[in-house]
Design a protein around this ligand. Structure first.
Ligand code: AMP
Length: 392
């Protein structure tokens, strides 16, 4: 029997999954069920050299998850049911600082965190509950996006609002992308030979973006806050804005809280600034052809990121390296060059030849002197699979 582990990320209208063979530490298949709940719901399953795409007439989580397992079995990617199922869960509040085997008590706590992540936790729960009903004998493990940041000191996680809002409603900064920051910082430390004592800043730049200060393997500060809206400029999310903006837009345009929040989540960021796209590749292409608003959006993105990295540095006692990861961090030579140029005051300097080839054998793209800059491909799903295997 193979050591197969299924990793699930269930969202409100999609289910992403990856299948790993842990004996070989490889991903054997991955896929996406998307547009769930609509008439054109579809399932795509990919494996080396091939893929299948099917329409889904029933979008219930149970039906979709059963179909995913059926396709994996039909294609002989699974020879028996998975050993364990690992779930990416967005919000673990102050309950979880590590991955856990899912029990009724764990489900209850994930449910208690739902008000903090109303779009994500209920969908994560629905996926877990559907699989538990279908395959009660397969253990399930939850890995939380927030867990790595539970080491933040109070000075970094508290907002300066009445303290009782923290005591009563748990209003505080939690941070996200924890699985990615933890992995890429550890990987960078190992590659650069600074495993024992280090100060590293990681920048996870994808559709969602966040940066994190890591001291000796522990998260000290991060840019996302109570929700994934705080911090850096992202694809469609604004990142930091003045909290007074809500009242101003309410008074000037009559918008209610939901309208403003929706605008900040879905119509802002690179899309809002450029008026063109949330996709970095599209924006870089447009900027190089002279589109002024795309150029401006790129400038704001890089400046805000550098500004936050400067702020994160204050939580470290030494600064050894800056790590780039995520679709943008791993691939955009332009963004990396601009951000590093904005950080010259910290002694960062790029090697343009190494940047153009996405790094040397270790991923380094910096000049030899000064703190290092390194590109590390994130492996969130594999990390979840390893955590799930370690727990059973
Ligand atoms: P992710 O959410 O990690 O998949 O990242 C998605 C983002 O990465 C999108 O904005 C893509 O445009 C961006 N991206 C992927 N490849 C490149 C590339 N070669 N150059 C610039 N941006 C890229």
């Amino acid at each position: 029997m193979s050591q197969n582990i299924l990793v699930i990320n269930s969202g409100s209208s999609s289910v992403k999954f990856s299948l790993f063979n842990m004996q070989q530490q490889i991903e054997t298949a991955s896929g996406l069920a998307e547009r769930l709940g609509s008439d054109d719901a579809a399932l795509t399953v990919k494996w080396p050299g091939d893929q299948t795409c099917q329409t889904l007439t029933d979008s219930a989580y149970g039906t979709v998850l059963k179909r995913i397992i059926a396709v994996l079995t039909e294609q002989q990617l699974l020879d028996s049911l998975p050993l364990v199922i690992g779930h990416r869960v967005v919000h673990g509040g102050e309950f979880f600082s590590d991955p856990v085997v899912i029990t009724d008590g764990v489900l209850d706590r994930i449910r208690q965190c739902s008000p903090l992540a109303p779009l994500h936790n209920p969908a994560n729960l629905a996926g877990i509950e559907a699989l538990a009903a279908l395959y009660p004998d397969i253990p399930q493990v939850a890995v939380f996006d927030t867990a790595f940041h539970q080491s933040l000191p109070a000075k970094a996680f508290l907002y300066a609002v009445p303290y009782k809002l923290y005591e009563e409603q748990k209003v505080r900064r939690y941070g996200f992308h924890g699985v990615s920051h933890q992995y890429v910082a550890a990987e960078a430390a190992a590659r650069l030979g600074i495993s024992e004592q280090h100060g590293i800043i990681s920048a996870h730049l994808g559709n969602g973006c966040s940066a994190c200060a890591v001291a000796n393997g522990q998260s000290m500060d991060t840019t996302m806050g109570m929700t994934p809206l705080e911090g850096l400029v992202m694809g469609t999310r604004s990142g930091d804005v003045d909290p007074g903006l809500h009242q101003f837009l309410h008074q000037q345009k009559g918008w209610d809280v939901e309208t403003v929040t929706d605008m900040l989540n879905k119509e802002s960021g690179m899309l809002g600034l450029s008026g063109l796209s949330n996709d970095m590749r599209t924006l870089e292409a447009a900027a190089s052809e002279g589109a002024a608003r795309a150029q401006l959006a790129l400038e704001v993105f890089c400046f805000r990121l550098a500004r936050h990295i400067g702020g994160l540095a204050t939580s470290l006692s030494r600064l050894d390296a800056l790590v780039f990861t995520g679709g943008i961090g791993e691939n955009s030579r332009f963004i990396r060059a601009q951000v590093v140029a904005n950080l010259a005051i910290f002694g960062f300097a790029l090697d343009p030849v190494l940047n153009a080839q996405d790094g040397d054998a270790l991923g380094r793209i910096s000049a030899p002197a000064g703190p290092q800059v390194i590109v590390v491909k994130t492996k969130e799903e594999l990390m979840i699979a390893q955590a799930a295997l370690a727990l059973i």
